[in-house]
Design a protein around this ligand. Sequence first.
Ligand code: G
Ligand code: G
Ligand code: NA
Ligand code: MN
Length: 263
Amino acid sequence: TPTEADLRAAVNAGDIRVAYQPKARCRSGTLAGFEALARWDHPDHGNIPPDVFVPIAETSGLIDRLTLQVASQALRWLADLPGEVRTGDQNDPVLNRLQLSLNISARTLNNRALFDELAAICRKNRVPLDRVILELTETSAMEDAAVSLNTLTHLRLQGFSLSIDDFGTGYSSMIQLVRMPFSEIKIDKSFVMTAMNSSESRAVVRSVVDLGRSLGLETTAEGVEDEETMRYLKSLSCDIAQGYLISRPLFAEDIPAWYVERR
Ligand code: G
Ligand code: G
Ligand code: NA
Ligand code: MN
């Protein structure tokens, strides 16, 4: 495994790249946006998954810089995307309204200065804050519900959109969730991937979609891998799907061709 020093060197050298996984509207198939996912290709260790290096970043105080590096790469990319895709339509409304999801670690949540920097990066790239979705895991958002409510309210008032990630894997109470100013709820992929083979998983997926609808949130299912699951999600009126059926996470250079091909 890589050391803290390896990670520090990689962050300093700008070696962390961003991959983008598309999200599509279930009903129309329209592209809704992308989730930015950090990638680290280490010269000796090869591809190191974020499940390995994000925890190292969190314990070594590198997470804030990592978050800002991912965000600035991703926002610059998002702002340039309409020009990179040659569809013949300079004002393609889909490309000009895409949302960008960023993963936010619990450790960064109480760092207001970081979110001010994030907002400045958005302004610099002329991306309205409501097109930027900050994804928090259910567990991190609920770690200290009182602190989270305060911070999340601040972020929402600032203009960011907020999403609760991996929903169903934590133990948040409904009461706490209802009070938090989220705009999206993401059903954990463990339920979505097994939905067609498990009535228990279907019960969870159905309940979360219903909950999201009742609270006026957009519901996103992650881990959508086949057409059958997609049809099931449509039948539930789930809003958005993300998963290998639509695409694996892609590097920036592959996205214009992917977008044109898909249209
Ligand atoms: O990229 P992959 O699909 O392997 O993601 C694995 C995990 O790493 C996910 O839980 C994802 O949220 C997390 N992750 C990916 N990129 C980032 C990032 O930039 N910041 C944080 N905090 N987590 C990330
Ligand atoms: O925790 P988070 O939801 O951010 O994790 C996203 C992770 O899920 C990434 O590692 C991404 O590569 C992975 N992922 C995205 N879509 C699928 C899918 O359809 N199937 C599987 N198995 N993993 C997926
Ligand atoms: Na996520
Ligand atoms: Mn997730």
